[in-house]
Design a protein around this ligand. Structure first.
Ligand code: OGA
Ligand code: NI
Length: 318
Protein backbone atom coordinates (compact mmCIF):
# COMPACT_ATOMS: atom_id res chain seq x y z
CA UNK A 1 0.00 0.00 0.00
CA UNK A 2 1.40 3.40 -1.03
CA UNK A 3 1.58 6.00 1.70
CA UNK A 4 -0.38 8.47 -0.38
CA UNK A 5 -3.21 6.03 -0.95
CA UNK A 6 -5.36 5.33 2.09
CA UNK A 7 -6.77 1.85 2.44
CA UNK A 8 -10.55 1.51 2.47
CA UNK A 9 -12.79 -1.14 3.98
CA UNK A 10 -14.26 -3.05 1.01
CA UNK A 11 -18.03 -3.52 0.62
CA UNK A 12 -19.20 -7.14 0.80
CA UNK A 13 -22.65 -8.49 -0.06
CA UNK A 14 -24.36 -10.81 2.42
CA UNK A 15 -26.42 -12.08 -0.53
CA UNK A 16 -23.23 -13.85 -1.70
CA UNK A 17 -23.38 -16.10 1.36
CA UNK A 18 -26.23 -18.19 -0.09
CA UNK A 19 -24.31 -18.79 -3.33
CA UNK A 20 -20.88 -19.40 -1.86
CA UNK A 21 -20.70 -19.54 1.94
CA UNK A 22 -16.99 -20.41 2.02
CA UNK A 23 -16.10 -17.45 -0.13
CA UNK A 24 -18.22 -15.02 1.88
CA UNK A 25 -16.67 -16.34 5.11
CA UNK A 26 -13.17 -15.83 3.69
CA UNK A 27 -13.98 -12.26 2.58
CA UNK A 28 -15.57 -11.32 5.91
CA UNK A 29 -12.73 -12.92 7.87
CA UNK A 30 -10.16 -11.16 5.68
CA UNK A 31 -11.76 -7.76 6.22
CA UNK A 32 -11.94 -8.37 9.99
CA UNK A 33 -8.30 -9.50 10.21
CA UNK A 34 -7.15 -6.43 8.28
CA UNK A 35 -9.45 -3.74 9.70
CA UNK A 36 -11.49 -5.25 12.54
CA UNK A 37 -14.35 -3.88 10.41
CA UNK A 38 -16.42 -4.93 7.40
CA UNK A 39 -18.98 -3.09 5.28
CA UNK A 40 -21.90 -5.37 4.45
CA UNK A 41 -24.58 -4.60 1.84
CA UNK A 42 -27.71 -6.72 1.16
CA UNK A 43 -27.92 -7.56 4.86
CA UNK A 44 -31.59 -8.52 4.69
CA UNK A 45 -32.97 -5.95 7.14
CA UNK A 46 -35.95 -4.56 5.16
CA UNK A 47 -35.66 -0.98 3.86
CA UNK A 48 -39.17 0.03 4.91
CA UNK A 49 -38.52 -1.20 8.46
CA UNK A 50 -35.31 0.84 8.60
CA UNK A 51 -37.10 3.97 7.32
CA UNK A 52 -39.76 3.57 9.99
CA UNK A 53 -37.05 3.13 12.61
CA UNK A 54 -35.31 6.37 11.57
CA UNK A 55 -38.60 8.29 11.75
CA UNK A 56 -39.36 6.88 15.21
CA UNK A 57 -35.82 7.63 16.40
CA UNK A 58 -35.99 11.27 15.31
CA UNK A 59 -39.42 11.66 16.92
CA UNK A 60 -38.18 10.11 20.17
CA UNK A 61 -35.21 12.44 20.57
CA UNK A 62 -37.38 15.44 19.60
CA UNK A 63 -39.55 14.88 22.72
CA UNK A 64 -39.20 17.47 25.51
CA UNK A 65 -36.08 16.98 27.67
CA UNK A 66 -38.09 16.32 30.83
CA UNK A 67 -40.17 13.70 29.08
CA UNK A 68 -37.04 11.86 27.89
CA UNK A 69 -35.50 12.11 31.39
CA UNK A 70 -38.55 10.31 32.72
CA UNK A 71 -37.21 7.19 30.94
CA UNK A 72 -33.76 7.43 32.52
CA UNK A 73 -33.23 4.73 35.15
CA UNK A 74 -30.68 6.05 37.64
CA UNK A 75 -28.04 3.47 38.61
CA UNK A 76 -29.10 0.90 36.00
CA UNK A 77 -26.09 1.40 33.74
CA UNK A 78 -28.20 2.72 30.87
CA UNK A 79 -29.11 -0.88 30.08
CA UNK A 80 -32.66 0.02 29.04
CA UNK A 81 -34.52 3.21 28.16
CA UNK A 82 -32.95 6.66 27.92
CA UNK A 83 -29.43 7.86 28.73
CA UNK A 84 -29.09 11.68 28.65
CA UNK A 85 -26.65 13.82 26.70
CA UNK A 86 -23.12 13.85 28.15
CA UNK A 87 -23.32 10.74 30.36
CA UNK A 88 -21.06 8.15 28.74
CA UNK A 89 -17.31 8.66 28.66
CA UNK A 90 -14.83 6.58 26.66
CA UNK A 91 -12.31 4.71 28.81
CA UNK A 92 -9.47 7.09 29.84
CA UNK A 93 -11.09 10.03 27.95
CA UNK A 94 -11.06 13.66 29.22
CA UNK A 95 -14.49 14.72 27.99
CA UNK A 96 -17.87 13.02 27.98
CA UNK A 97 -19.34 12.01 24.61
CA UNK A 98 -21.65 14.46 22.82
CA UNK A 99 -24.54 12.05 22.43
CA UNK A 100 -27.80 10.81 23.96
CA UNK A 101 -29.17 7.32 23.42
CA UNK A 102 -31.94 4.81 24.00
CA UNK A 103 -31.44 1.08 24.59
CA UNK A 104 -33.79 -1.70 23.59
CA UNK A 105 -32.97 -5.16 24.95
CA UNK A 106 -34.27 -8.64 24.34
CA UNK A 107 -37.81 -9.47 25.44
CA UNK A 108 -37.72 -12.53 27.70
CA UNK A 109 -40.72 -14.56 28.83
CA UNK A 110 -41.68 -14.10 32.51
CA UNK A 111 -39.50 -16.12 34.87
CA UNK A 112 -36.77 -16.74 32.28
CA UNK A 113 -33.46 -17.92 33.79
CA UNK A 114 -31.69 -14.77 32.50
CA UNK A 115 -34.28 -12.37 33.98
CA UNK A 116 -31.85 -11.52 36.80
CA UNK A 117 -29.16 -10.19 34.44
CA UNK A 118 -31.25 -8.91 31.50
CA UNK A 119 -33.59 -6.10 32.57
CA UNK A 120 -37.10 -5.79 31.08
CA UNK A 121 -37.56 -3.18 28.35
CA UNK A 122 -38.84 0.32 28.96
CA UNK A 123 -41.17 1.67 26.27
CA UNK A 124 -41.94 5.36 25.71
CA UNK A 125 -45.56 6.52 25.54
CA UNK A 126 -44.71 8.43 22.36
CA UNK A 127 -44.01 8.21 19.45
CA UNK A 128 -46.78 5.83 18.51
CA UNK A 129 -45.68 2.49 17.08
CA UNK A 130 -42.23 2.67 18.73
CA UNK A 131 -42.43 -0.69 20.49
CA UNK A 132 -43.65 -2.62 17.43
CA UNK A 133 -41.03 -1.08 15.17
CA UNK A 134 -38.10 -1.79 17.45
CA UNK A 135 -39.17 -5.30 18.41
CA UNK A 136 -39.31 -6.05 14.70
CA UNK A 137 -35.96 -4.39 14.07
CA UNK A 138 -34.38 -6.28 16.99
CA UNK A 139 -35.50 -9.54 15.37
CA UNK A 140 -34.15 -8.51 11.97
CA UNK A 141 -30.76 -7.63 13.50
CA UNK A 142 -30.76 -11.01 15.29
CA UNK A 143 -31.25 -12.77 11.95
CA UNK A 144 -28.51 -10.77 10.20
CA UNK A 145 -26.25 -11.35 13.21
CA UNK A 146 -26.78 -15.13 13.09
CA UNK A 147 -25.78 -15.18 9.42
CA UNK A 148 -22.64 -13.15 10.09
CA UNK A 149 -21.71 -15.35 13.06
CA UNK A 150 -22.06 -18.48 10.94
CA UNK A 151 -19.61 -16.95 8.44
CA UNK A 152 -17.24 -16.10 11.31
CA UNK A 153 -17.52 -19.69 12.57
CA UNK A 154 -16.69 -21.03 9.09
CA UNK A 155 -13.73 -18.68 8.87
CA UNK A 156 -12.42 -19.96 12.22
CA UNK A 157 -12.86 -23.61 11.22
CA UNK A 158 -15.79 -24.16 13.59
CA UNK A 159 -19.17 -25.76 12.77
CA UNK A 160 -21.41 -23.22 11.02
CA UNK A 161 -23.85 -23.35 13.95
CA UNK A 162 -21.15 -23.05 16.65
CA UNK A 163 -22.41 -19.66 17.88
CA UNK A 164 -26.09 -20.68 18.04
CA UNK A 165 -26.07 -21.91 21.65
CA UNK A 166 -23.69 -19.09 22.66
CA UNK A 167 -26.07 -16.35 21.52
CA UNK A 168 -29.46 -17.99 22.14
CA UNK A 169 -31.44 -15.57 24.36
CA UNK A 170 -28.27 -13.46 24.37
CA UNK A 171 -27.92 -10.08 26.04
CA UNK A 172 -27.84 -8.04 22.79
CA UNK A 173 -28.70 -4.36 22.88
CA UNK A 174 -30.10 -2.18 20.12
CA UNK A 175 -28.90 1.41 20.65
CA UNK A 176 -30.61 4.40 19.04
CA UNK A 177 -28.10 7.20 19.00
CA UNK A 178 -28.57 10.93 18.59
CA UNK A 179 -25.58 13.23 18.20
CA UNK A 180 -27.08 16.76 18.37
CA UNK A 181 -25.75 19.74 16.37
CA UNK A 182 -22.32 20.86 17.59
CA UNK A 183 -21.85 24.44 18.89
CA UNK A 184 -18.64 26.17 17.75
CA UNK A 185 -17.14 26.10 21.25
CA UNK A 186 -18.01 22.45 21.98
CA UNK A 187 -15.56 20.55 24.15
CA UNK A 188 -15.00 16.93 23.25
CA UNK A 189 -16.18 14.79 20.34
CA UNK A 190 -19.37 12.97 19.41
CA UNK A 191 -17.89 9.65 20.51
CA UNK A 192 -14.37 9.37 21.93
CA UNK A 193 -11.96 6.63 20.81
CA UNK A 194 -13.15 3.29 22.15
CA UNK A 195 -13.56 -0.40 21.44
CA UNK A 196 -16.92 -2.16 21.60
CA UNK A 197 -17.39 -4.66 24.42
CA UNK A 198 -19.60 -7.26 22.73
CA UNK A 199 -19.03 -10.04 20.13
CA UNK A 200 -19.84 -8.05 16.97
CA UNK A 201 -21.59 -4.75 16.30
CA UNK A 202 -23.97 -4.24 13.37
CA UNK A 203 -24.37 -0.52 12.66
CA UNK A 204 -26.83 1.37 10.48
CA UNK A 205 -26.57 5.10 9.81
CA UNK A 206 -22.85 5.60 9.22
CA UNK A 207 -23.56 7.28 5.87
CA UNK A 208 -23.61 10.57 7.78
CA UNK A 209 -19.86 11.12 8.06
CA UNK A 210 -17.89 10.94 11.27
CA UNK A 211 -17.09 7.29 11.98
CA UNK A 212 -13.36 6.58 11.87
CA UNK A 213 -11.28 3.52 12.71
CA UNK A 214 -7.69 3.48 13.87
CA UNK A 215 -5.91 1.62 11.07
CA UNK A 216 -3.43 -0.86 12.52
CA UNK A 217 -1.20 -0.82 9.41
CA UNK A 218 -0.75 2.93 8.95
CA UNK A 219 -1.47 4.05 12.52
CA UNK A 220 -3.81 6.66 11.03
CA UNK A 221 -7.50 7.35 11.44
CA UNK A 222 -9.44 6.01 8.49
CA UNK A 223 -12.95 7.23 7.62
CA UNK A 224 -15.55 4.46 7.27
CA UNK A 225 -17.87 5.37 4.39
CA UNK A 226 -20.52 2.74 3.68
CA UNK A 227 -22.69 3.05 0.55
CA UNK A 228 -26.32 4.04 1.24
CA UNK A 229 -28.15 1.42 3.28
CA UNK A 230 -25.13 -0.81 3.95
CA UNK A 231 -24.23 -1.99 7.41
CA UNK A 232 -20.93 -1.44 9.15
CA UNK A 233 -19.93 -4.53 11.14
CA UNK A 234 -17.08 -4.61 13.61
CA UNK A 235 -15.42 -7.05 15.98
CA UNK A 236 -15.89 -6.33 19.68
CA UNK A 237 -13.65 -7.18 22.64
CA UNK A 238 -15.48 -10.41 23.47
CA UNK A 239 -14.82 -11.88 20.02
CA UNK A 240 -11.24 -10.59 20.12
CA UNK A 241 -10.75 -12.34 23.46
CA UNK A 242 -12.45 -15.55 22.29
CA UNK A 243 -10.19 -15.63 19.20
CA UNK A 244 -6.97 -14.73 21.05
CA UNK A 245 -6.79 -11.49 18.99
CA UNK A 246 -6.86 -13.34 15.63
CA UNK A 247 -9.96 -11.20 14.97
CA UNK A 248 -9.03 -7.79 16.38
CA UNK A 249 -11.34 -5.33 18.10
CA UNK A 250 -10.41 -2.04 16.48
CA UNK A 251 -10.43 1.37 18.16
CA UNK A 252 -12.94 3.73 16.57
CA UNK A 253 -14.56 7.11 17.23
CA UNK A 254 -17.12 9.55 15.84
CA UNK A 255 -15.56 12.93 15.05
CA UNK A 256 -17.34 16.27 14.93
CA UNK A 257 -18.53 17.41 11.52
CA UNK A 258 -16.97 20.13 9.37
CA UNK A 259 -18.48 23.65 9.83
CA UNK A 260 -21.11 23.22 7.11
CA UNK A 261 -22.59 20.10 8.82
CA UNK A 262 -22.30 21.30 12.43
CA UNK A 263 -25.90 22.45 12.50
CA UNK A 264 -27.15 18.93 11.68
CA UNK A 265 -27.93 16.07 14.01
CA UNK A 266 -26.40 12.68 13.32
CA UNK A 267 -28.42 9.53 14.05
CA UNK A 268 -27.13 5.96 14.09
CA UNK A 269 -28.31 2.54 15.24
CA UNK A 270 -25.71 0.05 16.47
CA UNK A 271 -26.88 -3.45 17.44
CA UNK A 272 -24.41 -4.74 20.02
CA UNK A 273 -24.59 -8.51 19.61
CA UNK A 274 -23.86 -10.16 22.96
CA UNK A 275 -23.70 -13.82 23.99
CA UNK A 276 -25.96 -15.21 26.70
CA UNK A 277 -24.86 -13.98 30.17
CA UNK A 278 -23.64 -17.45 31.19
CA UNK A 279 -21.53 -17.96 28.03
CA UNK A 280 -17.94 -18.68 29.05
CA UNK A 281 -15.45 -16.65 27.03
CA UNK A 282 -12.65 -19.21 26.78
CA UNK A 283 -9.89 -18.86 24.17
CA UNK A 284 -10.61 -21.07 21.16
CA UNK A 285 -7.87 -23.75 21.05
CA UNK A 286 -7.40 -23.35 17.28
CA UNK A 287 -6.35 -19.72 17.77
CA UNK A 288 -3.51 -20.66 20.16
CA UNK A 289 -0.13 -21.19 18.43
CA UNK A 290 3.55 -20.94 19.45
CA UNK A 291 3.58 -17.42 17.92
CA UNK A 292 0.32 -16.48 19.58
CA UNK A 293 0.17 -18.15 23.00
CA UNK A 294 -3.05 -18.02 24.99
CA UNK A 295 -3.46 -14.41 26.14
CA UNK A 296 -6.37 -15.27 28.45
CA UNK A 297 -5.64 -18.47 30.40
CA UNK A 298 -8.52 -17.65 32.78
CA UNK A 299 -11.96 -17.75 31.17
CA UNK A 300 -14.70 -15.33 32.22
CA UNK A 301 -18.47 -15.34 31.77
CA UNK A 302 -19.97 -12.76 29.39
CA UNK A 303 -21.93 -11.34 32.33
CA UNK A 304 -18.86 -10.69 34.52
CA UNK A 305 -16.89 -9.29 31.61
CA UNK A 306 -19.66 -6.86 30.66
CA UNK A 307 -19.97 -5.65 34.24
CA UNK A 308 -16.22 -4.89 34.49
CA UNK A 309 -16.36 -2.88 31.29
CA UNK A 310 -19.51 -0.87 32.12
CA UNK A 311 -17.83 0.38 35.29
CA UNK A 312 -14.89 1.62 33.18
CA UNK A 313 -17.10 3.68 30.86
CA UNK A 314 -19.05 5.37 33.63
CA UNK A 315 -22.37 3.63 33.02
CA UNK A 316 -22.19 1.67 36.29
CA UNK A 317 -20.78 3.22 39.44
CA UNK A 318 -18.38 1.01 41.39
C1 OGA B 1 -20.85 2.96 19.30
C2 OGA B 1 -20.28 3.49 18.04
C3 OGA B 1 -20.64 4.58 15.92
C4 OGA B 1 -21.60 5.51 15.24
O1 OGA B 1 -21.98 3.37 19.67
O2 OGA B 1 -20.17 2.15 19.94
O3 OGA B 1 -19.12 3.26 17.78
O4 OGA B 1 -21.41 5.72 14.04
N1 OGA B 1 -21.09 4.19 17.20
O5 OGA B 1 -22.51 6.03 15.88
NI1 NI C 1 -18.41 1.68 19.03
Amino acid sequence: MLDTQMAAVPTLSLADQARDPERFAADLGGSFRRFGFAVVADHGVPHDLISRAWAETEALFALPKEEKRGYFVEGAGGARGYTPFKTEIAKDAKHVDLKEFWHVGRELPAGHRFAGSMAPNIWPERPEGFKDTFLELFKAFDTAGDRLLSAIATHLGLATDWFDPAVRDGNSVLRLLHYPPIPVDAEGVRAGAHEDINLITLLLGAEEAGLELLDRDSGKWLAVKPPAGAMVVNVGDMLQRLTNHVLPSTTHRVVNPPPERRGHSRYSMPFFLHPAPDFLIETLPQTITPDNPNRYPTPITAHDYLHERLVEIGLIKK
